[in-house]
Structure formats: C-alpha cells, structure tokens
Design a protein around this ligand. Structure first.
Ligand SMILES: NC(=O)c1ccc[n+]([C@@H]2O[C@H](COP(=O)([O-])OP(=O)(O)OC[C@H]3O[C@@H](n4cnc5c(N)ncnc54)[C@H](OP(=O)(O)O)[C@@H]3O)[C@@H](O)[C@H]2O)c1
Length: 410
C-alpha cells in the first residue's frame, strides 16, 4: 500500500457512533506541519529527503470515524523551539490495547495526545522507546533514550522537564491537562532491543493487571467467591489471572472467559481455575461474583449480567478489546458497570504506602511475569511503519494470535 493512500482494513466494522462525546473533542489544533503525500518508501531508519533536500518523517494516520481506515503520510518536521527536543522512535508494541485507544479516542481523549492538525485524522498512541536526535533542552541532550507514550510515527517533539524522581515529563501545553501517567517518560540507560520490546509489550498492560488484582484484594473482592475475567486471552487478562493466582491463600476462584479459538491458550497458561467460552456463560456457577471486563462485548455482558443477576456484586469495565461489539449505553440486569480507573488505585496506594512503593510493586510484578514470557509469548518483530498496517488490521479484526506479541522497529 503506497504511502498517502487510504487503506481499508479487512474485517473491521464501522466505529461510528461508538461514543457520543465526539463533538467535545473535535480537532481544532493546526500545527505547522505540512502534509505531503509521498510514494517513496523507506528502506532504512533514515529520514527521507525530497529533491530540495528537505527532510521528511513518516507517520500513520487513523480515520477517527472509521478506525479501520489507516494511511501512511510523509510530513516535513517542524523546527524545534527553545526547550524542545525531537525523539526518533526506535521500536514500539502493537496490541489490541492500541486499537481500543483509537476506538475510545474521543470518549477517553486519546486523540488529544498527538494532534495531527488534520480534521478527522488521529495519530495512534503506542508504547515504545525513542532516542533524542535533536535537542534544544538541557533536560534531554542528544542520545537520551526515553520509554513512554508515542504516536505511531518516526519522530515526536516534546518539551522535556526532569522530575525529582528522575523521570522526564513532556510539558507541552496541549498535554498539560491530560493524565500524568501518559506524559511521563522513563530514561533508559542500559537496555538491549529485546528488553525494550518486552517492556513495551508488557509494562503498560501488566501494570493495569497488577493494579486490578490489588484493587480487588483491597476491596475484599466485593464479597465474591469467583472473579470472572472477560477477554482472558489478552495480555491484560492473562496478567490479571496470574496476579490473582499468585495469592495462595485466596478464597476466590479465577474464571477465564474467552473465545473458542483462544480457550486452549488460556488453559495452557495455567492461571485460571476454569476457562469457559463466551457461549458457555450459562455454565458459570451462580455464586457471588465480580466481572472484570476487558472485552466490552455487549452481548457477552448482557448474558453474564442476566445469568448472575443479584449474585453479580461488581462489574468492572476495563477495556473494549471487542471494540466492534461494544455498546456505550446498555441496559443491563443487576449492578451497573463501573469504569476501572487505574490512576485512582495508584493514588490510593501512594497514600496508603508512601511515595514510590506502588511504582516498585508494579515494576516487580510485570518483570516477574516477563521472566516467564518465553512460555506464553512469541515476540514478533516487524520492520518499518509500512509493516504495521497488516498487524493493525489483524488486531482490529480480532484475527491476531494471542500468543504473538507484535513489535514494530523503525
Ligand atoms: N483501562 C485500562 O487502563 C487498560 C489498560 C490496559 C489494557 N486495557 C484493555 O484491555 C484490553 C486487552 O488489551 P491487550 O492489549 O492486553 O490485548 P491483546 O493482548 O492484544 O489481546 C488480544 C485479545 O483480545 C481479544 N480481541 C481483540 N480484538 C478482538 C476483536 N476485534 N474481536 C474479538 N476479540 C478480540 C481476543 O481475546 P478473547 O478471545 O479472549 O476475547 C484476543 O486474544 C483492551 O481493550 C485494552 O484497552 C485497558
């Protein structure tokens, strides 16, 4: 697919009307970047030059109304202002989480992080590691490597400021009101590409898994006898199953809920007491339960709420990996689903435990699970943003193999 051409991803559904808050986040910012279609492909990580010797950078744009429509574009980078640096992205992970960033781009505000200046087009947020290649700031000299939240693009301009804890914050005005967790970059000093890949794949997802497990314990599992995890084959789901299972003294059963094709994989992972498919909800025991929903599938949610009725003590909405089967407003039997807000649990633990402890616990947790990754995760490395288009298509259509962890290198 040549850059500049729209690409219709197979098997996707229209994301239109997924959320009703879109008008609140209509893109208004026009940056100075000049949009240029180009049919030249990159073969290496070097920026392209046109016949005037002008440098270009490549980025992936997502149609904000039909998120399965993506296109590659070349643009001329803006000159740096004082205090800014330009990072070149080395590698990043791509999972269902990134697709759901796009699917909830307006409702949750993910389009606000990396505005494109083009009406109706957004940049897909990803987790990865980049290196400062141009600097107008003492806080991040050339060569500084930073792990964090990037757009799926070759470069990103940030306004870095080093915090007391040693992390680097982007102080760009348009990010000031966005959740701090996404604005913070971690300096990486010694790291192999394999370590960069595993961090990008696991850290953001397993941090959420651990916080969910901690929050459930903190709330005595709402009195439940079983925790049901929707989209159990996702990395976030597997992580939650595993972190719950680590507690030998637990009194709750862990029930993984997944699709037929992924049932064997979740069983093999070995952290659930039982694994059921979405068609087997009627076999779930009608005892006090909590549903932790990574799928967001409205039919599944309806069936589960109906089956458990008053036995469902809490229903937590965490993700919409089945983004094309999600209904933002749904009348459900029983308790009303509550959005799980991970930063709130972090803030609570900072108060309970003092500064730095919850962060250390999260790091240890994802690294602990990362040590066993060879048993349940095949890291697949794809070269270049062009290669990302097929990976995005397979993730958006639910075709991706949950055992695979996709990394894009630039
Ligand atoms: N709120 C938060 O803070 C937070 C943080 C991290 C992740 N999450 C959410 O957790 C979910 C999982 O993310 P992940 O990156 O861990 O996923 P992942 O590892 O890429 O998992 C992929 C799994 O998701 C399901 N799936 C994906 N796309 C689908 C589709 N179109 N149709 C049907 N099933 C599909 C399948 O699981 P099954 O067959 O088991 O359903 C698939 O095995 C996402 O919705 C993500 O946004 C939320």
């Amino acid at each position: 697919m040549p850059p500049g051409h729209l690409c219709q991803v197979q098997g996707g559904h229209l994301a239109k009307a997924l959320f009703s808050l879109e008008s609140n986040f209509a893109p208004q910012i026009r940056d100075e970047m000049t949009l240029r279609a180009s049919c030249r492909r990159r073969n290496s990580g070097q920026p392209l030059e046109d016949n005037k010797g002008e440098r270009h950078m490549q980025r992936l744009l997502v149609d904000q109304q039909v998120i399965t429509n993506i296109q590659m574009q070349d643009i001329a980078p803006v000159p740096l202002a004082k205090g800014q640096v330009r990072l070149r992205l080395d590698s990043f992970a791509l999972t269902a989480n990134n697709v759901t960033y796009a699917a909830s781009g307006f409702a949750i505000g993910y389009w606000k992080f990396f505005p494109t200046g083009i009406m109706g087009q957004g940049q897909l947020p990803v987790w990865g590691t980049g290196e400062v290649i141009e600097s107008q700031s003492d806080d991040a000299p050339i060569g500084t490597r930073l792990y964090g939240f990037y757009p799926a693009a070759e470069t990103l301009v940030v306004t870095p400021r080093t915090t007391r804890s040693g992390t680097v914050e982007d102080r760009a005005a348009h990010r000031a009101d966005l959740p701090a967790v996404y604005n913070r970059y971690i300096p990486i000093t010694h790291s192999t590409p394999a370590q960069d890949h595993l961090r990008a794949l696991l850290q953001p997802l397993l941090a959420t898994s651990w916080l969910l497990a901690d929050w459930l314990r903190d709330n005595a599992c709402f009195g439940a006898r079983q925790i049901i995890i929707g989209s159990a084959s996702s990395k976030t789901g597997l992580g939650l199953c595993k972190f719950l299972a680590e507690d030998d003294a637990r009194e709750v059963k862990i029930i993984g809920l997944t699709s037929e094709t992924n049932k064997g994989f979740v069983e093999q992972f070995g952290a659930c007491d039982a694994v059921l498919t979405y068609d087997e909800i009627s076999n779930i025991s009608q005892t006090p339960s909590v549903y932790v929903d990574m799928a967001g599938n409205s039919a599944v949610k309806h069936a589960l709420h109906g089956h458990l009725a008053a036995e469902l003590k809490h229903s937590a909405a965490v993700g919409i990996s089945h983004w094309d089967k999600f209904a933002p407003k749904q009348d459900l039997p029983g308790v009303k689903p509550q959005f799980f807000f991970a930063p709130a649990q972090i803030a609570k633990r900072r108060t309970d435990w003092g500064p730095g402890v919850v962060e250390r616990e999260i790091t240890q947790a994802w690294q602990r699970l990362g040590e066993t990754a060879g048993d349940w995760l095949d890291v697949t490395v794809h070269e270049g943003l062009e290669a990302m288009q097929d990976v995005y298509a397979s993730l958006a259509s639910g075709q991706a193999n949950p055992r695979q962890g996709h990394i894009i290198t630039l």
